[in-house]
Design a protein around this ligand. Structure first.
Ligand SMILES: O=C(O)c1ccccc1NCC(=O)[C@H](O)[C@H](O)COP(=O)(O)O
Length: 203
């Protein structure tokens, strides 16, 4: 069964609900320029409420110190959503890394070395934001990546209405969603979270 990652969590109650509904991964944004950035003092409660799921700290081009500090805080994995190279991931502990690639018109050229990572995440390229865009990219490109044997987290514009089709077409290891299950920026909608997880896992 496909795994589900609910990303961009900013409130403990949203984390707790997502885990209760069956989310396998919970993502918290540690990139200060994101509108979903969570301050260090607010992360403890979210981490506590996420018990039972894999806790992912989402970064864009972090320093190594920031990565290790996230592990010390209690995050299990880091998601590297910027231009990070394999050498940096090795220093983090590559098996604790989800490496994100943003897909535009061209197919992503993903080095074999990323098979050593916990996973690779494909998201939609945008000039305006690194993530949480709510936009879908061409799933044919994702299909090719899954076929090459990468542990794929499919992301970008997923929602209850399209997640089943995405899983059937791409056959990813996991699906990742943020804005598709929001009521407003950073606030998750219980009905959408529940229906998304149910749909994804119904196959
Ligand atoms: O969500 C953000 O604001 C964000 C900012 C910077 C880097 C990554 C970010 N989100 C990462 C995610 O994993 C999202 O779930 C992913 O981009 C999909 O978002 P959406 O299309 O809204 O489902």
């Amino acid at each position: 069964m496909v795994k589900v990652k609910i990303c961009g969590i900013t409130r403990p109650e949203d984390a707790e609900f997502a885990v209760r509904m069956g989310a396998d991964y919970v993502g918290v944004i540690l990139y200060p320029k994101s509108p979903r950035f969570v301050l260090p003092e607010d992360r403890k409660e979210i981490l506590r409420a996420s018990e039972g799921a894999v806790k992912v700290a989402v970064f864009v081009n972090p320093t190594l110190e920031e990565v290790f500090s996230a592990f010390e805080e209690g995050f299990d994995l880091v998601q590297l959503h910027g231009e990070e190279e394999p050498g940096f991931a090795y220093k983090c502990g590559i098996e604790r890394v989800i490496k994100a690639f943003r897909v535009g018109k061209k197919p992503p050229d993903i080095e074999e070395v990323w098979k050593e990572a916990h996973g690779v995440l494909l998201d939609t390229y945008s000039e305006k934001a690194y993530g949480g865009t709510g936009k879908v990219f061409n799933w044919e490109l994702a299909k090719a990546v899954a076929r090459k044997g990468f542990r794929l987290f499919l992301s970008g514009g997923l929602k209850t209405e399209n997640v089943k089709e995405a899983v059937l077409k791409v056959r990813p290891y996991a699906v990742d969603v943020s804005s598709g299950v929001e009521l407003e920026l950073g606030v998750k909608d219980k009905i959408k979270v529940e229906s998304f997880i149910k749909e994804a896992k119904s196959l």
